[in-house]
Each structure stands twice: as C-alpha cells, then as structure tokens.
Design a binder for this molecule. Structure first.
Ligand SMILES: NC(=O)c1ccc[n+]([C@@H]2O[C@H](COP(=O)([O-])OP(=O)(O)OC[C@H]3O[C@@H](n4cnc5c(N)ncnc54)[C@H](O)[C@@H]3O)[C@@H](O)[C@H]2O)c1
Ligand SMILES: [Zn+2]
Length: 356
C-alpha cells in the first residue's frame, strides 16, 4: 500500500493506493458502527459493490452512468436520500465510481448540512490518477460543463488499481491521457517512463498502474497545495491541453468525445502551437504525438467529428478585443509547461485554421 498525504490549506487527507480490502479497518473506524451511504452507478455497483459491502455496512444510492449523473435532478435526489437516511454531519458519504460519480457526490456531500465528509473510491484510471484528489466538485447546468460546484476536499481517497481490470479499453485509454499530462507538465523523466511502460500499463500490468497512479497523485498534490482553490497559480498548469479539450468536447456535442480523448488532442495541439510560436522544438511535438497515438488516443482535430468553426469562440478567443491577448498553457518542451498570458487571439485563430 502506498500512502500519499495531501495538504490542501487547513485540510489534510490521505490517498491510499493499493488493495481496497487492506483499508477495511480504516473504513470501519470511519463508520463507527453506522451504515455508510455509498453513491455509485448500476454498472460499477454490480461489479465492485459486493467487495465494498464485505468490508463495512453500506447503503447504496445509484445514479446514472457517466456525465448523465452530473445534473441538478440527481443532486437533488442525493440530498433527498441523505435526508431519508437521516445522515448527520459527521457521517462520511462514499463515492464508488468514476469522475462523474465523484464530482456529483462530492458536491452533494459539500452542500448537505453545510458539508459532511466524502470518501472517494475511484474506479476509473482518470478518477484514480486525477479527479478524486484536489477537491473540485461539480454538476453541469445551463448546457455548460461543471457550471455549478464547490471545493470540498475528501476525508480519504482509496485508489485500488485492481478495480480498473473491469474498465473498458476506451475509458482506460482516455484516463491514460491524464496520466501522461503529469509528465508533460513538469516531469520529463515520467514522460520517458510512460514511453517505456505505457503499453504494459494499458495491457493490465498492476505494478505499472500503481506507479503511474501514485506519481500522478503526488504531482497533483504538490500542485494543489500551492493553489488550493485554483486562483491562477500553479494549479492552472493542470489544465495543460484543457482549453482546447473543453472546446473540443463542446464542439463535438457533450459526451461524444471522452474527456481524456479531448485532452490528448489538446495536449498535442498545445505542443504544436508552442512549436509554431518558436517556444519548443518540433521534435518534442512529434514525440508527444507518437506516444499518444501509440496508446490509441486521437491527437488531431481531424480524428473526431466536430464543427471546427466553433473552436475559437469556445476557447474564448473571440471575446478578446482586436489585438487582445488570452491565457493558455503553452510549453518550452517536454516537462516544461507554463501559463502564458500573452497569446494573440489572431495567432490562435490562424493556428486553428491550419491545425491538423
Ligand atoms: N473533479 C475533478 O478534478 C475532475 C478532473 C477530471 C475530470 N473530472 C470529471 O470526471 C468526469 C469523467 O470521469 P471518468 O472519466 O472517470 O468517467 P465516468 O465517471 O463518466 O465513467 C465512465 C463510465 O465508466 C464506467 N465505469 C467506471 N468505473 C468502472 C469500472 N471499474 N469497470 C467498468 N466500468 C466502469 C461507468 O459506469 C461509466 O459508464 C467528467 O465529468 C469530468 O468533468 C473531474
Ligand atoms: Zn482533465
């Protein structure tokens, strides 16, 4: 079991990477004899609910699979169930599922009685390596992703790589894009590790998965510690590729392109754009693209169906005045990402028109 301690302002919590069964005592201590509510979706509950229920008494609350869960209606549904179950402010709510279940449950727990603890038990690579840590919670609203949310740090995160064995390959690859992101931000050695070990990780190698998840969480913890509420400091770097990605997700229609797939394209484009601006070498871009496409991820706009004309407005560039500048994560090379606030809207427009 690997333990990673996260300091998020005055909140401290542990992330345990290893077999869920080894955390039985920890869960029972939190439960103090109570039955714990566990939010999950039908698929994940069916696959992994029994193993969790064998460790401590739980009451399942099921929501729809995927992004569909992140709606007002289901947020309200959770609040109703918490009330019916007479949960008090000290009762931990468990979230067993991917980032969607985690985002919804974290928000409901953060709001209920002004905040009760949430314990994340992430079941996708994306959630284990990224979304379960950091305290961001949200639902989608008014047609916009993550419009309504709050920061609510978990009390504990239990990441068991064995739970990923049932995940389908497309979801696994999408999550892998977020893993690679941590190499590209500031850890070139980890990017090299991904080049050497990514195929084994994707094929199911438990040790490789554990190493990648722990490395990503440590990197996220470091970043979050310095900028807990994403006020424009170091945490912004976690958004490498994401300004492109969010525009891609919206332009393709929410749900058509998986978040991690959009991030893979976004990271490749951020490197290409940086190369075009003379900030990084073309060889770096080629290396990034080769690794991501080797992992079965898209790296060009042409690989997904979307209305390209929507990308610029969705990236916010059209809101800038003539000659205006916008903020974007760019890079000086592999592992050398930085937040630029001097991107010319016109130069981004030109790049988007030419990009692959
Ligand atoms: N809070 C954050 O910091 C943060 C960061 C990144 C992404 N996110 C959010 O996370 C969401 C995406 O989450 P995701 O990629 O984890 O996918 P997801 O939660 O949407 O789940 C995708 C699918 O995988 C299935 N699934 C989950 N675990 C499984 C398992 N072990 N075996 C078989 N099937 C399984 C689910 O039933 C679902 O159908 C997005 O809404 C995104 O905005 C949040
Ligand atoms: Zn992301």
């Amino acid at each position: 079991m690997i333990t990673i301690n996260v300091n998020a302002g005055d909140q401290r919590y542990s992330v345990l990477v290893g077999p869920l069964a080894d955390s039985a005592e920890r869960l029972q201590q939190l439960a103090r004899g109570r039955t714990l509510p566990v939010v999950s979706d039908e698929r994940v509950w069916g696959l992994h609910g029994p193993a969790l229920a064998a460790l401590t008494a739980v009451e399942p609350i099921l929501v729809p699979e995927g992004e569909e869960a992140k709606q007002w209606f289901h947020l309200q549904g959770l609040i109703t169930r918490f009330t019916e179950l007479n949960i008090d402010r000290s009762t931990p709510v468990l979230a067993l599922g991917g980032g969607s279940v985690g985002d919804l449950t974290g928000l409901a727990a953060g709001l209920f009685k002004r905040g009760c603890p949430v314990v994340h038990i992430p079941t996708t690579l994306l959630a284990q390596a990224d979304s379960a840590v950091g305290g961001k919670t949200a639902i989608d609203a008014e047609g916009q992703k993550n419009l309504v949310g709050l920061f609510h740090q978990p009390g504990l995160v239990l990441a068991d790589p064995a739970l990923l064995d049932t995940l389908d390959e497309r979801q696994l690859r999408a999550g892998y894009a977020e893993v690679v992101k941590y190499g590209l931000i500031d850890d070139p050695d980890f990017f090299s590790w991904c080049e050497a070990n990514g195929p084994a990780l994707l094929a199911g190698d438990r040790a490789a998965r554990e190493h990648a998840i722990a490395t990503a969480i440590r990197a996220k913890a470091r970043t979050v510690e310095h900028d807990v509420e994403d006020k424009g400091g170091t945490r912004a770097l976690l958004n490498l590729g994401h300004t492109f990605a969010h525009a891609i997700e919206s332009a393709a229609g929410l749900g058509a392109v998986l978040h991690g797939e959009a991030v893979a394209i976004g990271m490749a484009q951020a490197h290409d754009f940086s190369a075009e601006l003379g900030l990084c070498q073309r060889e770096d871009t080629a290396r990034v693209r080769a690794h991501l496409s080797g992992a079965g991820l898209p790296t060009t706009f042409a690989e997904v169906t979307l209305d390209r004309a929507q990308l610029l407005p969705l990236m916010g560039a059209d809101k800038k005045n003539e000659g205006g500048k916008l903020k974007l994560i760019l890079t000086r090379g592999i592992g050398r990402a930085f937040l630029s606030d001097g991107v010319e809207a016109a130069s981004l427009a030109g790049f988007l028109a030419r990009a692959l």
